[in-house]
Design a protein around this ligand. Structure first.
Ligand code: GRF
Length: 193
């Protein structure tokens, strides 16, 4: 049977993209990484994709007349590369109706908090400022809302007394890099409930 094909969407550094790439290389994640999509033509993740020979599409919303035409251009790329699943990894834009309809139930996201707590931007900073003792990582299906789709997996991270925000971010990212490839594998082979 053919392996499922994924596209990773990212806007920034791309450490999760890199973790996914490495899991595929190590064969702990069995799929084809057909495409990286970015909405930031100068994002650091592009250099990583070039280094790994992952094909990429850099689409700048400003070059399009609407979000619909922007997403239609992305959709065309996804179809060219025969993409089955969209994996959001630090993609800093809400997914609109064009992609949601074309990939219904086939888009997942990772968020650095225990949703529904601290949705949206700077979730780690929000948790740190709130003084909570536990935060974490959530992987969820994507719907039209901001970090609101059905939760697939979560892992808690303790915020110890003497940790600073930077250290908390590093701790969370280490967990993300383990949990995301593992969860993607479960989702694309339908092993979740
Ligand atoms: C991650 O913390 C992820 O949870 C959030 O954005 C960050 C992306 O980091 N959605 P990176 O670009 O993968 O390093």
């Amino acid at each position: 049977m053919a392996k499922p094909t994924i596209a990773v969407f990212a806007s920034g550094t791309g450490s999760n993209y890199q973790a996914i790439f490495e899991a595929i290389e190590n064969k702990t994640l069995i799929c084809d990484l057909a495409l990286l999509v970015t909405d930031q033509p100068s994002a650091k993740v592009i250099k990583k994709a070039e280094g790994n020979n992952t094909p990429y599409a850099a689409c700048n919303l400003n070059d399009y007349t609407s979000k619909n035409t922007f997403e239609s251009a992305i959709l065309e790329q996804l179809r060219i590369h025969k993409v089955d699943w969209i994996i959001l990894a630090g993609y800093m834009r809400l997914i609109g109706p064009t992609l949601l309809q074309a990939y219904e139930g086939k888009i997942i996201n990772i968020h650095p908090s225990l949703l529904p707590a601290f949705p949206g931007l700077d979730a780690i900073g929000q948790a740190f400022q709130a003084g909570v003792k536990v935060t974490g990582v959530t992987i969820h299906y994507v719907d039209e809302g901001m970090d609101t789709g059905k939760i697939i997996a979560q892992e808690a991270v303790k915020i110890s007394e003497n940790i600073n925000e930077q250290q908390l971010q590093e701790k969370i990212q280490l967990i993300e890099h383990e949990l995301y490839p593992k969860t993607i594998q479960q989702v694309i082979t339908s092993l979740t409930d």
